[in-house]
Design a protein around this ligand. Structure first.
Ligand SMILES: Nc1ncnc2c1ncn2[C@@H]1O[C@H](COP(=O)(O)OP(=O)(O)OP(=O)(O)O)[C@@H](O)[C@H]1O
Ligand SMILES: [Mg+2]
Length: 228
């Protein structure tokens, strides 16, 4: 099976070499766990290390916000965008069906191979009906597969809630799920992640610590985390 390396230190080890090509990974966790950073690093590395163009679709943040935030890691997204290797879509949905066309045309325009959608749960704000939401998420997934992209989809977990996604449908369209935790242990908070599923592959079943510093995200794939 061909693998797409994220280039995020340690993460590819958890994924047994990388994300299986054309698959969808759900990146899920409570607020502040680092979901946006993981997606951005995946896209940025794609262009700079692996010559694969990327699209970032955001429902949450305008482009200058994301771009400013990741400058501290040394990632210059403006430069990639000017070179036609990266495209940021900020979506303000009045007609949610539009988003599929915009996404598809942007992917084709720059020949993108890596896509991040931050967040897929945001669609739930505009589509109240659960069946309709499921259909919409399913359609997004279908487009990404048809265009042979490898993708990260973000879902938020509301702190204290049960389940691994916001609406309980996001994980079903995804081939893999990464759950990120930020939990108190004694007097401090620890970051840890777990690969919840990876279709068709063996993978780590442990909880692994990760850190976010001036280099972005690093997963300590050879260590185990102990949080309750
Ligand atoms: N330059 C940096 N150095 C160290 N840590 C940082 C840096 N930038 C961000 N962080 C850490 O990353 C966290 C935010 O990560 P990120 O925005 O990816 O989270 P998120 O899961 O997307 O959150 P949300 O669900 O609210 O969008 C911050 O709370 C901070 O702890
Ligand atoms: Mg975020």
């Amino acid at each position: 099976m061909e693998r797409v390396k994220t280039g995020i230190p340690g993460l590819d080890d958890l994924l047994n070499g990388g994300i299986p090509k054309n698959q969808l990974v759900l990146v899920t966790g409570t607020s502040g766990t680092g979901k946006t950073i993981m997606c951005t690093q995946f896209i940025y590395n794609g262009v700079t290390m692996f010559k694969e163009n990327g699209v970032y679709l955001s429902f949450e943040e305008p482009d200058y916000y994301l771009k400013e935030n990741v400058k501290s890691f040394g990632w210059d997204l403006d430069k990639l965008e000017k070179a036609g290797k990266f495209s940021f879509i900020k979506y303000d949905p009045y007609n949610v069906e539009d988003v599929l066309n915009i996404l598809e045309s942007t992917i084709k325009e720059i020949g993108a191979k890596r896509i991040a959608i931050d967040s897929i749960s945001a669609l739930g704000l505009y589509v109240r009906d659960k069946a309709e939401l499921r259909r919409l998420i399913f359609n997004v997934a279908m487009i990404l597969r048809r265009l042979e992209c490898t993708s990260m989809l973000v879902s938020e977990i509301v702190y204290g809630s049960k389940g691994i996604s916001r609406y309980g449908v996001e994980e079903f369209v995804s081939d893999a799920v990464i759950v990120m935790y930020y939990e108190r242990f004694q007097s401090s908070f620890l970051r840890a992640m777990q690969l919840w599923k990876l279709r068709g592959s063996q993978h780590s079943e442990k909880l692994h610590p990760y850190k976010i510093d001036e280099n972005g995200m690093t997963v300590l794939s050879d260590q185990e985390a102990f949080i309750v």
